[in-house]
Design a protein around this ligand. Structure first.
Ligand SMILES: NC(=O)c1ccc[n+]([C@@H]2O[C@H](COP(=O)([O-])OP(=O)(O)OC[C@H]3O[C@@H](n4cnc5c(N)ncnc54)[C@H](O)[C@@H]3O)[C@@H](O)[C@H]2O)c1
Ligand SMILES: O=c1ccn([C@@H]2O[C@H](COP(=O)(O)OP(=O)(O)O[C@H]3O[C@H](CO)[C@@H](O)[C@H](O)[C@H]3O)[C@@H](O)[C@H]2O)c(=O)[nH]1
Length: 333
């Protein structure tokens, strides 16, 4: 199959592009490079440098490349920033997705795999969280993803566009050979920041709040390796190609770690090297952060046969460390 990957030059997108190629598919990437890196793409993968807000450019990409399916990653992704810049988030994530859906509806009505998020669930009352838990996002970012899921379903009802919406929990890690990895323009993710702090690029790690109702007072998240997530996309695209109906699946490991436990795991990974343990400082809560997000992923395991290979947090962090240690300035190195 030929797959159009929006946001394919980004962190998860570039790992998924490799996984799709590895599964024998061909790929075209559409990305405005606002936070992605052309260097993250394997040689020979066509890159359409375009913005989803440019409806005509999106339509043209679909007409020229005639893909069989779309995997839609392109979005702004920061929970905290979405609270202070809501307009940017609604415009980029909701209007951008609307443009893509409109273009699909006007051309080939191909199926779509969408990057959704655990942030849909907000302050979840059950843990691990099943897909039918109430959707009550605590951030604008989460709202933009919920709105996009709703638009996708409306476009299915009106135009027959099938979808698999993958609700990722916290994505981390890198290909074990350290050749590509996480290099977000604004660094906000816990593990990326901790490893850059270990490399001496930041003085200390801030812990955003220790008064949450969790075992040590810091937020709990479910950390999933980017390669396991990439494999979920391959399975989803292939299922849709074989005629699968639309669904939404959580993608996570099913157990969560507190912020302090993650920082301990980072210290354990760097222990014995020339790098000092992390200096930690308590800071106020970050707006929009729910206390705990842990996935019930049994549905994707049963329906698509997905099975995560990276189940040990230190092992996952080790792969990210390999990338950051060998590329301390990301794709600039
Ligand atoms: N990283 C996580 O932990 C996580 C968790 C849940 C969901 N997600 C979702 O996964 C997707 C990918 O996240 P990521 O961590 O790889 O982020 P990323 O910033 O590395 O990738 C996003 C890509 O989309 C591109 N992009 C953004 N807006 C665009 C637009 N208007 N037009 C064209 N291209 C545009 C960027 O240049 C970038 O290459 C996002 O949709 C995000 O919401 C990420
Ligand atoms: O320097 C830091 C950075 C983060 N945190 C905390 O660590 C946890 C994880 O934060 P982060 O790595 O920024 O991820 P999330 O805010 O949980 O969001 C990620 O995970 C979501 C799914 O759960 C995705 O939807 C988002 O796109 C993605 O950014 C949160 O409790 C943060 O408050 C700190 O304490 N200090």
């Amino acid at each position: 199959m030929k797959i159009l990957v929006t946001g394919g030059a980004g962190y998860i997108g570039s790992h998924t592009v490799r996984a799709l190629l590895g599964a024998g598919h061909s790929v075209v990437v559409l990305d405005n490079l606002s936070s992605g890196h052309a260097q993250a793409l394997p040689e020979g993968v066509p890159l359409v440098k375009a913005d989803l807000l440019d409806q005509a450019a999106v339509q043209e990409a679909l007409s020229v490349h005639q893909p069989d399916a779309v995997v839609h990653f392109a979005a702004l992704i920061e929970v905290g920033e979405s609270m202070s810049q809501p307009g940017r988030y609604y415009r980029n994530n909701v209007v951008g997705s609307l443009n893509l859906l409109t273009a699909i509806a006007q051309t080939r009505k191909i199926p779509i795999v969408f990057s959704s998020t655990a942030a849909l669930y907000g302050d979840a009352e059950v843990s691990p969280i099943p897909e039918d838990a109430p959707k009550q996002p605590t951030s604008v970012y989460g709202e933009t993803k919920l709105m996009t899921e709703q638009m996708i379903q409306a476009f299915e009802r009106a135009h027959g566009i099938r979808s698999i919406r993958l609700r990722y929990f916290n994505v981390c890690g890198a290909v074990p050979d350290g050749s590509i990895g996480e290099d977000h323009v604004n660094k906000t993710h816990l593990i990326e920041l901790a490893l850059l702090t270990a490399l001496g690029q930041r003085e200390k790690m801030m812990i955003y709040g220790d008064d949450y109702p969790t075992r040590d007072g810091t937020c709990i998240r479910d950390y999933i390796h980017v390669l396991d997530l990439a494999q979920a996309h391959v399975l989803a695209v292939e299922a849709l190609a074989q005629g699968a109906g639309s669904s939404a699946y959580n993608v996570g490991l099913g157990h969560g770690f507190t912020v302090r436990e993650v920082l301990d795991a980072v210290d354990a990974v760097i222990e014995g090297s020339d790098y000092a343990p992390l200096t930690r400082e308590l800071a106020p809560r970050r707006a929009g952060d729910p206390p705990s997000l842990v996935a019930d992923s049994s549905s994707i395991q049963q329906s698509l046969g997905w099975k995560p290979e990276y189940v040990d947090l230190q092992g996952i962090i080790q792969t990210a460390w390999e990338w950051h240690r060998t590329h301390p300035h990301g794709f600039q190195d």
